[in-house]
Write a protein that binds this ligand. Structure first.
Ligand code: PAN
Ligand code: ZN
Length: 173
């Protein structure tokens, strides 16, 4: 784990209850007394200031709810234009990018790969492997995070594993 973070976040299934497609399965797991950790974020946050970067290492655990792979919440940046870079450090993953018209693109984000997130794109990482997916993100310290739109509308596509294959399919919600 990174040693020099100044803030650690732990995101559990209950924090994502509105985001997974199979809400019935989420509620079943939670009502059985389980609330697994889906991901952890180790932030090296800097005070918001133009031209200054913050960074964060995210550890996204492997797993699925139904056939939907574990993912990060996903967000737009509040301030425009603010892009970001994700660098894969471990595991196998995808990065979903969604524009303001809900058009989706996907990039692979495996160990050793670098993905650029243009300004004005919502972004979500998805672990499609059997092991932890770890990535480093570097973003302007004044970018800000807007989770509201994604919490309300979700991404237009979801990433599922069916019959051993990874597929991007329309979000049934
Ligand atoms: C990342 C993300 C991190 C967790 O540092 O904040 O991977 O994902 P959510 O913020 O969507 O829960 C980033 O994109 N920062 O801007
Ligand atoms: Zn971001």
């Amino acid at each position: 784990m990174p040693r020099r973070y100044n803030k650690k976040l732990q995101i559990k299934l209950s924090d994502l209850r509105k985001l997974f497609c199979r809400r019935d399965l989420v509620e079943e797991i939670l009502s059985g007394g389980k609330d697994p950790v889906i991901y952890e974020v180790y932030q090296i946050s800097q005070p918001p200031s133009e031209g200054v970067f913050s960074a964060a290492t995210t550890v996204l655990y492997p797993g699925k709810i139904g056939d939907e792979y574990y993912f990060t919440k996903g967000h737009f940046h509040l301030k425009e234009p603010r892009g970001e870079v994700y660098i894969g450090l471990a595991g196998r993953g995808l990065l979903l990018l969604q524009d303001r018209n809900r058009k989706i693109d996907k990039l692979s984000l495996n160990k050793g790969e670098v993905a650029f997130i243009p300004p004005n794109y919502a972004h979500r990482a998805v672990n499609i492997g059997d092991e932890k997916m770890v990535f480093l993100s570097i973003y302007p310290s004044d970018a800000g995070h807007d989770y509201e739109i994604i919490e309300r509308e979700g991404f237009s596509k979801i990433v599922v594993g069916r019959k051993g294959k990874v597929a991007l399919v329309d979000n049934p919600k």
